[in-house]
Design a binder for this molecule. Structure first.
Ligand SMILES: [Zn+2]
Length: 784
């Protein structure tokens, strides 16, 4: 198995929230559950999802620029004579690319007034959000294409026919696709599970408080990776990234934002959620005792509202140092009486040893636990049981037949305005979530342009050089802090495209999934089985042998053979996203994002620098954003900043927060963005843009400019910014826009373009924007 649900602190490139009901866990950046949890999320609301986080790695150290060993193509002349600056490229590829740029843009808009509308106006006018999406953008298009290609290779049974691990993936896929069989089984798989979990009061009239064993129910749920009332997971110790540790955190909720429960202006969501639970409970009861159901589900949602109220909002959870509380497991009893040790041991039954009260743990939310005790005390067991079983039921509806899917579809339609995805999209996403590297093995040979891996390495090298140059020019850092920052940047490991073993070593791939056994006739059971296996594998991390020093990572081959190694990738290749991991100090660019419009081997370099180059710079900068900066080169939370310099950083970051807080998001009814929640991503966007622009200029200075594109009266630098603008073309349904503002660590595409470019002097120069115009304000924010 892959390192399934070990929770990793990771910051990603894209926005993922949409109308998902389950939010990614946030503490420093975004904490992700791994493969199986993805499956769980998919099951909750048939979301586009696309978040599969496994832990993998390749680790190549990039030498710093000034040692003359890396340098990519900076200063290295291309073999052919550089074209003249005024030359226009007329190859079929250039014509096609130019056509896309022209089609998406609206040249009637003044680029100095609103560059998002200028770059995306044509796209915005022509594009309808697909019925099954809460939002749509160039990103989503790429994801849709990826999903279709994955379907192609999963359904083409001639590929790797008979290969055990591939057949496993296809078995899971077929079990998901057979909705007719799920219809025949009706509610039985779910009711069997409910019985195993000691009943659901709202459905089982025979349920009595006296017979209910809360610990047993919570533990069994935990074994199926449902961590309810509070979160418990295994994660890298922030202050000793070499060690995995048990962590306790505040509860997550059945809707993606606590605001949906607490804000009276958003009561529409809470009401819809309540009605959904009522519809499901009535369906399972099979009678019409609506009064009973309404009463119990209302009590349940009231309880969840109180639970939401004792959680901290995302804006208060951005400082990893403030969240970090190391203690012993027995210290949890100081908060409230609960069989903590038994709970942990029952959940971690796959471990060969017993965990005692002396176990080191992290508590990310002491205030929450302080308030949880009294809340549980004042709530009757029936309501608590109704709540925790509901959350499990809610997660499993997607694994049932049409009758249940239709209830969920109604909920998603009424509340989030979206229609269901095609069944095959759902099932491809499920298989990619659970067995992403196997899907990748089929996908890569057919769809991945192999040369883009080397090209990405070249660009990363150049952007790292640019980062260092910007660091040298940075006005608020002192030399001592600057030197440590340079060391951290140099130690940053990079993972590009895919881990070679996926295509080279079928034996190892087979071993990765040897614990999984799927039955074509038991989709519901397959999902439960995967969650159980994932949970068991997770706890094994607690006794993971200590490894390394980062210097060992230079030896990629020895690294990748160790199941628990730091060198394993944190993601599989078939995903359109990019990542920075603070605890590993690594950047990852999976194969899925090394495609147009981010990257294409046929693009002139200026487009690639505006696309994937900006993504690369973004991820590097995450190592130095408000949260990432607190981790050192070894991935440990460790204050390496001089306090006066740290204050200057905060001042610069505050400028960015204030800037983005002013933005009003029309599609969300004019809500203001939260400059605090989005600060890390905004800092990364701004820094990334500056780095990639600088790296491109260095390349062009050394190699001469490439030809421009036909039909566009724009120079190379203008085209770089145009492509950047177009990777963020996007539109939202109201609900999705609201969700993005409430939870999303990323600003909406519109502001990623306007916010970033209005802070980028190179942009105003390229488009000759007058000082004081909207895209060239007198006062610009600059962190990096
Ligand atoms: Zn990011």
């Amino acid at each position: 198995m892959k390192s399934m649900n070990v929770t990793e602190s990771t910051t990603n490139m894209m926005m993922e929230e949409g109308y998902a009901m389950k939010k990614p866990r946030t503490s420093c950046g975004v904490k992700f559950y791994f493969a199986f949890l993805m499956l769980l999320q998919l099951a909750i609301v048939a979301i586009v999802a696309a978040m599969t986080w496994q832990v993998l790695d390749i680790g190549t150290h990039v030498k710093k620029a000034d040692n003359g060993q890396s340098g990519g193509q900076v200063g290295v002349p291309t073999p052919s004579v550089p074209p003249k600056a005024d030359e226009v490229c007329l190859t079929p590829d250039c014509l096609r690319t130019a056509a896309r740029l022209i089609e998406y843009m609206d040249p009637t808009i003044d680029p100095c007034d609103n560059f998002f509308e200028y770059a995306c106006g044509g796209w915005l006018a022509k594009t309808e959000i697909p019925p099954d999406s809460g939002r749509f953008g160039t990103f989503n298009q790429l994801r849709d294409d990826l999903t279709a290609n994955m379907r192609d290779v999963i359904e083409d049974t001639s590929l790797e026919k008979g290969e055990e691990v591939v057949e496993k993936a296809r078995t899971l896929y077929r079990s998901c696709m057979d909705v007719g069989l799920l219809d025949d089984k009706k509610e039985k798989p779910l009711t069997d599970l409910i019985t195993h979990l000691n009943g659901w009061p709202v459905v089982n009239d025979t349920w009595t408080e006296d017979n209910w064993d809360r610990l047993d129910t919570l533990t069994k749920l935990m074994r199926y990776s449902n961590s309810l009332l509070m979160s418990m997971y295994v994660t890298a110790d922030d202050k000793d990234s070499n060690v995995y540790i048990l962590a306790f955190d505040q509860a997550d909720l059945g809707l993606s934002s606590r605001q949906y429960f607490l804000n009276p202006d958003l009561s529409f969501y809470r009401d819809g959620y309540l009605n959904y639970s009522i519809d499901i409970a009535l369906k399972l009861r099979g009678d019409n005792d609506r009064a009973t159901v309404v009463q119990q589900m209302t009590d349940m949602v009231d309880f969840e509202t109180k639970l939401a109220n004792i959680t901290a909002p995302p804006s208060e959870r951005r400082d990893p140092e403030a969240l970090y509380h190391k203690m012993k497991l027995y210290n949890m009893s100081d908060y409230f009486e609960f069989p903590w040790v038994d709970y942990v041991n029952n959940a971690a039954y796959s471990l060969d040893e017993t965990i005692t009260g002396d176990e080191d743990i992290l508590n990310y939310a002491p205030d929450f636990f302080m308030k949880l005790g009294p809340l549980l005390e004042e709530t009757d067991n029936k309501t608590i049981a109704n709540y925790i079983i509901w959350r499990m039921v809610q997660n499993r509806i997607g694994n049932l037949g049409t009758e249940f899917l239709e209830i969920r579809e109604k909920f998603n339609r009424d509340i989030f305005g979206v229609e269901p995805s095609s069944r095959w999209e759902t099932c491809v996403s499920v298989v990619n979530s659970v067995m992403g590297t196997v899907v990748s093995r089929l996908y890569l040979p057919k769809f991945f342009q192999e040369e883009s891996k080397a090209k990405a390495v070249e660009m990363i090298d150049n952007i790292r050089i640019a980062f260092n140059e910007l660091l040298d020019e940075n006005y608020w850092m002192d030399d001592a802090t600057r030197a440590v920052a340079e060391e951290k940047a140099a130690a940053m490991k990079q993972f590009i495209a895919y881990d070679d073993y996926i295509v080279n070593n079928i034996t190892r791939l087979t071993e990765d999934y040897e614990m999984l056994h799927f039955d074509e006739l038991e989709y519901f059971g397959n999902v439960l089985h995967n969650m159980e296996v994932s949970n068991n594998e997770t706890f094994k991390y607690l006794r993971k042998p200590k490894e390394r020093s980062l210097s060992l990572l230079a030896n990629v081959q020895s690294c990748t053979r160790n199941l628990f190694s730091f060198c394993r990738w944190i993601t599989h290749p078939t995903i359109v996203n990019a990542f920075y991991s603070p605890s590993r100090n690594s950047i990852s660019f999976p194969a899925g994002i090394l495609q147009g419009p981010f990257y294409d081997g046929t693009y002139p370099r200026y487009l690639n620098y505006g696309g994937i180059g900006a993504v690369i710079g973004h991820e590097i900068t995450h190592g130095f954003d408000d949260s990432g900066r607190q981790f050192d080169k070894e991935g440990n939370l460790n204050e390496w900043w001089d306090p006066t310099v740290a204050d200057k950083f905060k001042e610069a970051a505050q400028c960015v927060m204030d800037q983005y807080s002013m933005y009003q998001f029309e599609e969300a009814g004019g809500m203001n963005l939260s400059g605090v929640i989005t600060s890390g991503e905004n800092i990364a966007d701004n820094g990334g843009m500056k780095q990639t622009f600088r790296a491109y200029r260095s390349w062009a200075a050394a190699n001469g400019p490439e030809p421009t594109l036909p039909g566009l009266d724009l120079n190379q630098e203008q085209l770089l910014f145009l492509n950047y603008g177009q990777i963020w073309c996007s539109k939202y349904r109201y609900q999705s826009a609201v969700s993005q503002v409430l939870n999303g660590p990323h600003s909406p595409g519109r502001f990623r373009v306007i916010g970033t470019l209005s802070n980028t002097p190179g942009f105003s120069e390229a488009y000759k924007c007058p000082v004081g115009s909207k895209m060239n304000p007198r006062n610009k924010c600059a962190v990096w």
